[in-house]
Design a protein around this ligand. Structure first.
Ligand code: S3P
Length: 188
């Protein structure tokens, strides 16, 4: 029996509201891979929600725990991973994620990011108390533009697209990336 090597990790990064979690779940289902979400790993580790962690440990404490989660998740191949919107701003996280995977950045217009995140109100401490979420998201997206661009193997614009459409586009791209999908995954 031949034991096939797992493919490299499919890592989804990009702004909050860009669709990483919903697209990541779909991709994992289609590829038959486990789905890991670094926000969830941080919350499980600290036994608290993201807003609670920001309140108790500050953004700095959250980023430290996020870096630990990124290292842990990067130790294993064959996964679909979603990282929090700020994760790839830290070059050390990018290096860890790239050691076993390819980083795919999902992007969208600020108005659409805002519409998606306001549907999950209260879950994003960086938007807490912000009067104009579209402007704030646009500002953050601008500040992170270079980090996203340099981390990404590819950037997909998700504006106006469903998670299913985005997952289709990612798979169509991924089949041509050496080592990213196994033969079974490419043929599925
Ligand atoms: C953050 C995005 C969040 C979470 C935290 C900080 C960011 O994750 O990690 O609130 O800095 O953009 P999502 O991108 O999954 O919303």
């Amino acid at each position: 029996m031949t034991v096939l090597a797992p493919g490299r990790n499919v890592v989804l990064a990009g702004m909050m509201g860009s669709g990483k979690t919903s697209v990541g779940r779909l991709l994992a289902e289609r590829l038959g891979r486990p789905f890991r979400d670094t926000d969830t790993m941080v919350c499980d580790e600290l036994g608290a929600s993201v807003p609670e962690i920001f309140a108790e440990h500050g953004e700095r404490g959250f980023r430290e725990a996020e870096a630990v989660a990124v290292r842990a998740v990067s130790a294993v191949k064959g996964q679909v991973i979603a990282v929090g919107g700020g994760a790839v701003v830290d070059p050390a996280n990018v290096t860890a994620l790239r050691s076993t995977g390819e980083i795919i950045v999902l992007d969208a217009e600020p108005a659409e990011l805002a519409a998606r995140v306001t549907a999950q109100e209260g879950s994003r401490p960086l938007l807490a108390g912000v009067e104009d979420p579209i402007a704030r998201l646009g500002e953050l997206r601008g500040q992170r533009h270079n980090a996203y661009r340099s981390a990404a193997a590819v950037i997909f614009d998700t504006t106006g697209k469903s998670p299913e459409e985005i997952a289709d586009e990612i798979i169509a791209w991924a089949v041509h990336r050496p080592g990213l999908l196994t033969r079974e995954e490419r043929e599925a």
